[in-house]
Design a protein around this ligand. Sequence first.
Ligand code: UDP
Ligand code: MG
Length: 308
Amino acid sequence: MDVSVVIPVYNEAQNIILLYDRLQRVLALLPHSYEIIFINDGSRDQSEQLLDQLYHQDPEHVRIVHFNGNFGQHMAIMAGFEQSIGQTVITLDADLQNPPEEIPALLEEMAKGHDIVEGVRQGRQDNAFRRYASRINNWIRAKTTGIRLQDQGSMLRAYDRRVVDLMLMSKEQSTFIPALAYSYASSPGFVAVKHAQRHSGYSKYSLARLLRLHFDLMAGFSSAPLQWVTFTGMSVSILSFLFFIYMVIRRLVIGPEADGLFTLFAIQFLLLGLLLFSVGIVGEYVGRIYLEVRKRPRFVIKKVLSKR
Ligand code: UDP
Ligand code: MG
């Protein structure tokens, strides 16, 4: 098998058929054997029936994995990787934001000897909040994890079999696939790709889910936030100590003082905020350790439809 296309699906009933048609048209023209793997991540709309229908219509190329519930986009992709046997594995979103017509460009770049190829979205079609948040996140990630992705949120990517197998050996409970792949790649490449509006339906990422995803990226690939906490704590201690010395001397030289009550409040609130934030960061890591030690399966498969 040359190419596997892996697609996570969560309530995408309005997009599946059109996506399959466009994919089919692109892949049939390539001189490669291919498979299309859909992972139904616990959809509650008609996605399940539609995917079953697609499988019966084209069992040569289509494979379906139905999850038992919603385990998240990145776990769905992992399950797709498990099923895949292609020498090159392509991921893309089910909502047609990633045009299937860009797949040949990714494969061409892979043929130059890269082991991962990133599709860098040009003219990104998301709202301003998402675009700016991404820019900030890209910057923080590059500074803390040393992972050099050009467009971390782009899921239109190609991976070599070796990298996919290494990802499958990584058994963490939550992960961020593009960053994981980057950490195993020896020759990352990239191509510019188009980006479209979501064809139908709405984004599955609420603000809370986006935050969780970014913590997966930060906490999963770096312990730098813990060092920031330590560093901030050290700096505050040193400043407080100097302040303390100053107050003692002032008390001896000038005498007692009682002004500046609200300044004290302000400083107090700032420190309290920093403290809570720091406890939260530590909690993020502790929570992840807890998920790992429970050793529960990271996703549960209800049914696999595959001719193999
Ligand atoms: N997705 C998924 N499980 C989830 C959330 C999303 O499988 O819990 C899929 C979704 O169906 C889509 C892709 O992941 O194919 C990207 O999701 P979405 O388009 O909602 O994210 P956005 O483009 O807004 O970042
Ligand atoms: Mg989308």
